[in-house]
Structures are given as structure tokens and as C-alpha cells.
Design a binder for this molecule. Structure first.
Ligand SMILES: Nc1ncnc2c1ncn2[C@@H]1O[C@H](COP(=O)(O)OP(=O)(O)OP(=O)(O)O)[C@@H](O)[C@H]1O
Ligand SMILES: [Mg+2]
Length: 332
């Protein structure tokens, strides 16, 4: 296997704030690594070091086979970077911005114009190409920013929170664009606070918290760390909970847990859909009414919570109550 990115023992402090505490990262060529973590966990710091914009205090890293500390020009020639905050010029049009980036990459005037037109077309920006980008929506800006980072045809692309602030439709569009780049062979390191995004795009995920790698693996591996599938049964009558748990115990792979407030029985299971049928039949035979029954696969939310004791996206909702977590939509 060829590594497009390899970092070992990367550490960085800003004064007394330890941003990175000696992390290792490996990204195989042609794959997507999702660097997942809450605010301040060190994602941008990692990207900036790998993109040669910032020097690590210790540790080493190479990108595309070049050392980020001693071969900065070579590294820059093979990477593209889309920062957390858009780097495009407000007062120029979309086309002018891309042509400017092209000239920075030493393209001739003709080639810069050609490449700009190509990218505008690819990112669905042709109609807006000659408007000032002050009037662009957030999604259009992000696409333009990504287009700008592709001017030099990078083999390795760093995307720092590519979809933060986008509405679901623009986010979906961005995912499609990223997937197409990967299908063309580009290696991508993307940071995100959205578990869903890592789940969708990343071949492997590295979870950062307070500058440390606290877990890594595929999405499925991380999910299986917190246990397998569970069936969640909500009963009509709270008084029947204990009896229901006892009756269905034989279908579980571990003991059931119950929660009176929500009238819920949770049963870990191995074969999810067969178990549902058996449970419904058993409870029906015993005249116990079911208000709701669902198969629940662990989500990356569960993983994050169990690893860190806090939720990844805890700004808008309280996830420390099981009810709050269960209230979210299932992701897959
Ligand atoms: N220029 C700086 N000066 C001082 N402290 C900084 C600087 N840049 C980052 N930090 C601190 O380093 C830590 C890691 O920051 P970093 O920006 O890498 O996190 P992040 O994971 O990208 O967060 P976010 O999700 O908010 O973008 C944080 O505690 C942050 O406050
Ligand atoms: Mg950041």
C-alpha cells in the first residue's frame, strides 16, 4: 500500500494550549480519511501542518512522499487546500477568482481562463461566473472555494469542514463532488464535526479529542466497538415492562434493559430482523401491546459519546439524556 499522507508524533502548542499532543495519521493513496472531532480538538491545526502552513513543534509528516518540514515547495505542488473559511476574493467575480488562482499556479493567461471555465462548468457555476461573489450563496462559495483548490490538479486534497453551514441540499451536492474527485483517484483528508459526513464519505475515520487520537477505524469498526444492533420496544403500558423483558429475553444476545419513563425495553440482538418478528409474535401471544418497535444500529453519535463522555455535536441539543439521543433520526 502506498501512503499519501503519513504523520507521526505530531505535536503543537500555542502558548500553554496544547493543540496536538503527538498524533499519528496514515492515509492510503486514493482513499478518504475523515478527521472527526469537536471544536478545538486540533483538526485545523493538523491540516495546517500537513499543508505546510504551520510548523509542528515535534514529530514528522510527509505528503505525497515529501517531507512537510523540509520539502515545502514539493508538498505544495501536489496538494490542494480548502480552508475552514473561504479564501476567495469578495470583490471579484467567480471567474476572475479562479483565473487569479490559475495565474498563482503559473498557468498562462490562456490556460488559466480555460481551466477556470472548465471548473466553473464542473461545479455548476457557469451561470453565476461573471457575477461578483458577494452575491453568492454559502453553497456557491464553498463550491468556488473547492474549485479554486483544484486549479493545480492536486493528488492530495485537504478539506477543512467542507460543508459546515450548508443546508442539507448543498451539503449533498458537495458530497457528490467530493465522491467524484475520489473516484478520479484523489486522496482526501477531510475534517468534520458531522458524524454523518464522516460516515458517508470516509473510508477510515480518526477521532480527535483534545489533541489526541482517541479512536480510529472504519465507520463499522467504530460502531461495533459500542456493541451491535438493539431492538427498541415501546410498550403501551408501563406496568408490563418487566414481564415483556422476561418474555423476550430468549431472543437477545445480552440481557435487556428497561426504562420506565419512556416505557421502553432495549434488547441487544444478533439477527435484527428475525428477532423483531419473534418479539412481536411473542408479545402478541401474551397480550402485551406494543406502541412502537424499531431496530437500532449504533450510530457514530453513540461511538463518540461512549468514547469521550460528551457528544460531538452538542451545541444544539442535549445528548446526555438517552431520550434526547433516541429522538434523533436514524442515519442509515
Ligand atoms: N493561533 C492560535 N493561537 C492560540 N491558540 C490556538 C490557535 N489556533 C488554535 N488554537 C487552539 O488550539 C486548539 C486546537 O485548535 P484547532 O483550530 O486545531 O481545532 P479544530 O478542531 O479545528 O476546532 P474547530 O472545530 O473549532 O475548527 C484549540 O484549543 C484552539 O483554541
Ligand atoms: Mg477547525
Amino acid at each position: 500500500m502506498t501512503l499519501a499522507i503519513k504523520a507521526s508524533g505530531l505535536a503543537k502548542a500555542y502558548g500553554d494550549v496544547i493543540a496536538l499532543n503527538g498524533i499519528d495519521i496514515e492515509v492510503e493513496q486514493g482513499t478518504v480519511l475523515g478527521l472527526l472531532g469537536p471544536n478545538g480538538s486540533g483538526k485545523t491545526t493538523t491540516v495546517r501542518i500537513l499543508a505546510t502552513l504551520l510548523q509542528a513543534d515535534s514529530g514528522s509528516a510527509s505528503v505525497g512522499g515529501f517531507d512537510v518540514a523540509t520539502q515545502q515547495d514539493e508538498v505544495r505542488s501536489v496538494i490542494g487546500l480548502t480552508g475552514q473559511y473561504a479564501a476567495v476574493d469578495e470583490y471579484l467575480t467567480g471567474r476572475e477568482n479562479l483565473e487569479l488562482f490559475g495565474r498563482l499556479f503559473h498557468l498562462s493567461k490562456f490556460d488559466a481562463a480555460k481551466r477556470a471555465a472548465e471548473l466553473l462548468d464542473r461545479f455548476d457555476l457557469t451561470d453565476a461566473a461573471d457575477r461578483g461573489i458577494k452575491g453568492y450563496s454559502g453553497g456557491m462559495r464553498r463550491r468556488l472555494d473547492l474549485a479554486a483548490s483544484l486549479i493545480g490538479r492536486p493528488n492530495v486534497l485537504f478539506l477543512d469542514e467542507p460543508t459546515t453551514g450548508l443546508d442539507p441540499r448543498s451539503r449533498q451536492g458537495m458530497w457528490e463532488v467530493i465522491e467524484a474527485l475520489v473516484a478520479d483517484g484523489t486522496t482526501v483528508l477531510l475534517t468534520t464535526q458531522y458524524l454523518e459526513e464522516a460516515d458517508q464519505l470516509a473510508d477510515r475515520i480518526v477521532v480527535l479529542d483534545h489533541g489526541n487520537v482517541i479512536a480510529q477505524g472504519t465507520s463499522d469498526q467504530l460502531k461495533s466497538q459500542v456493541g451491535g444492533d438493539r431492538i427498541e420496544i415501546v410498550l403501551e403500558n408501563v406496568s408490563e415492562i418487566a414481564r415483556a423483558a422476561e418474555l423476550i429475553a430468549e431472543f437477545g444476545s445480552a440481557p435487556a434493559t428497561t426504562e420506565d419513563v419512556t416505557k421502553t425495553v432495549l434488547l441487544p440482538v444478533a439477527g435484527g430482523s428475525t428477532a423483531i418478528v419473534n418479539i412481536v409474535r411473542k408479545l402478541d401471544e401474551n397480550k402485551i401491546s406494543i406502541a412502537d418497535i424499531a431496530l437500532r444500529r449504533p450510530t457514530l453519535d453513540d461511538v463518540f459519546l461512549s468514547l469521550t463522555g460528551h457528544a460531538a455535536e452538542d451545541k444544539t441539543e442535549t445528548l446526555d439524556s438517552p431520550k434526547g439521543r433516541r429522538g434523533r433520526k436514524a442515519r442509515r
